[in-house]
Design a protein around this ligand. Structure first.
Ligand code: ZN
Length: 257
């Protein structure tokens, strides 16, 4: 039993540097689904072998731990240290979340891929647009995106990355991904148009700015509880909505021809 527990803890630690929790990715993918035209949705589901975007929204977090997809380990984030300008930050030669989204979108737009390759890229894109909107995926390199930034969350030792991935999301609302969508996916057309403006690089810069605010308000050793949840819940809702709308926008730009 103890061994099992240790294994479980190790798996969580390894996963923690890769993703919003599963809930976040499901919400982002489901909001995206809701904003696809019937035609685009049919094309997307055909590429996904009759599955929905939600079905594959978490796939890459597990796949990145396999030998076959180990090359995608650095694609889930882009770290920029304090005092470093976003646009001048050194590019990780193994790739980062902004570069991966930009390149994959381009390849899917160009077309001419085998079915298997197209499906794989699409599964990656669905996941990575979610990660792009988790502030700690645009965090500092020195603390591995907040993974070694210790804080106390409801009287328990935790770290900033893990809190933002999952604990804070679950403290905000005990909703299923469909309930999250129903409650937060209510922007009017003018707001949606504004949200989907720009490029993945612009969206990454915006998330990085948000990360800087999170760091500022959550110093090492910070004791976070109810007031922290109250302060950041609207931001989490906004990040999920932005991620979903922008994913729908990219999918429409690829398949809406
Ligand atoms: Zn991830």
């Amino acid at each position: 039993m103890k061994k099992l527990f240790l294994l479980f803890t190790a798996a969580c630690t390894a996963l923690s540097c890769l993703a919003w929790g599963q809930k976040g990715h499901d919400v982002v993918a489901f909001i995206a689904e809701k904003h696809l035209s019937t035609d685009v949705r049919a094309r997307v589901e055909a590429v996904l072998d009759n599955h929905s975007p939600v079905y594959y929204s978490n796939w890459l977090d597990n796949a990145s731990h396999t030998h076959e997809y180990a090359y995608t380990k650095t694609w889930h984030y882009k770290n920029i240290d304090e005092g470093e300008a976003y646009d001048a930050a050194p590019v990780n030669p193994s790739g980062d979340v902004v570069k991966a989204i930009t390149d994959i979108t381009e390849m899917l737009r160009e077309g001419g891929l085998s079915h298997e390759k197209e499906k794989t890229y699409l599964m990656m894109l669905i996941h990575l647009v979610g990660d792009l909107h988790q502030p700690m995926h645009m965090g500092h390199a020195t603390d591995r995106g907040g993974n070694s930034h210790r804080i106390i969350y409801f009287n328990r030792d935790n770290n900033l990355h893990s809190v933002w991935d999952g604990a804070l999301v679950e403290s905000a609302h005990k909703w299923s991904y469909t309930e999250w969508q129903r409650e937060i996916d209510r922007a009017d057309d003018a707001t949606i148009t504004k949200i989907v403006e720009g490029t993945p690089n612009d969206w990454g810069r915006e998330t990085h700015l948000l990360a800087s605010k999170v760091y500022q308000k959550t110093p090492q050793g910070f004791k976070a509880s109810y007031d922290y949840v109250a302060e950041w819940t609207p931001v989490i809702e906004e990040q999920f909505l932005k991620g979903g709308l922008r994913l729908a926008h990219l999918l429409t730009s690829i398949y809406g021809k």
